[in-house]
Design a protein around this ligand. Structure first.
Ligand code: G3P
Ligand code: MG
Length: 246
């Protein structure tokens, strides 16, 4: 199994405060800013190709309309995924997960692969991603996560060698059973005020790494590190790395 331990500062959707989220430009910038790991969201196209995109719908982060799952990779590749963020990123294309793997390897980045299926498409999505990963001879360090328990169960079967993290907004009462069912090494949670030092201690006593999203200020990060959180996902890796190191 590859390393389950991610660093304290992880670039959320790449350096997404400074470049359009989930694009190769945002990943490159995260590396330039000194990040050692990125978090990305992966969905699939109509023809089953894993692509980086956070939303089910195309309109927020591209000039397209409708759903990612409705369009072939060919159509998705014709979209502009950069202008919505800033003119300097005009023409930035949707990234395939394959391109992301290649760039992460080149830049020496680990990847928290968040699997983000369109509702009802959980199994085709994890299966397509698994097929791609299992076709590779070598991979960068990867930790797989998802809000979908179904996806996590399938990841445990399809990708047994890759460490897994269960992802929640707030840890549910049955977190221990859910994480045990999927053999998760880490728990990823929203960095909100519900999370207490006692809860973090409880997770850690159960052998889990604890990571929080989305943490964009040093004060928020410090408060979470103070209660024992191992790492944070941030849109501003440069600023947090300057403050906390890697
Ligand atoms: O993986 C952590 C975080 O990215 C989960 O929420 O909505 O930003 O993908 P979201
Ligand atoms: Mg995400």
């Amino acid at each position: 199994m590859s390393d389950t331990k991610m660093p304290a500062i992880i670039a959320h959707r790449g350096a997404s405060g400074s470049a359009p989220e989930n694009t190769l430009a945002a990943i490159r910038l995260a590396a330039e800013h000194g990040a050692r790991w990125i978090e990305i969201d992966v969905n699939i196209s109509a023809d089953g190709i894993p692509v980086l995109f956070h939303d089910d719908g195309l309109s927020r982060c591209s000039n397209g309309h409708g759903l990612v799952i409705e369009h072939s990779l060919n159509t998705l590749k014709s979209l502009d995924c950069g202008s919505w963020f800033a003119a300097e990123f005009a023409g930035e294309k949707i990234a395939t997960f394959d391109e992301c793997l290649e760039l992460a390897t080149e830049c020496n980045l680990g990847i928290n692969l968040e699997i983000k299926p369109c509702s009802g498409w959980e199994l085709p999505t994890i299966d397509a991603i698994s097929q791609l990963l299992n076709s590779k001879k070598t991979l960068p360090p990867i930790v797989v996560s998802s809000f979908s328990h179904l996806v996590m169960q399938r990841a445990a079967i399809n990708l047994p060698e890759l460490p897994r993290s269960s992802l929640f907004l707030v840890a549910p009462p049955d977190w221990h059973s859910l994480l045990t069912q999927v053999g998760a090494s880490n728990i990823h949670l929203h960095g909100n005020s519900i999370l207490t030092a006692e809860m973090v201690t409880d997770f850690k006593n159960n052998g889990l790494g604890v990571y929080c999203y989305t943490v964009n200020t040093s004060d928020e990060a410090r408060a979470l590190f103070d209660i024992g959180v191992d790492g944070v996902f941030t849109n501003y890796p440069k600023e947090l790395l300057e403050q906390f190191g890697t």
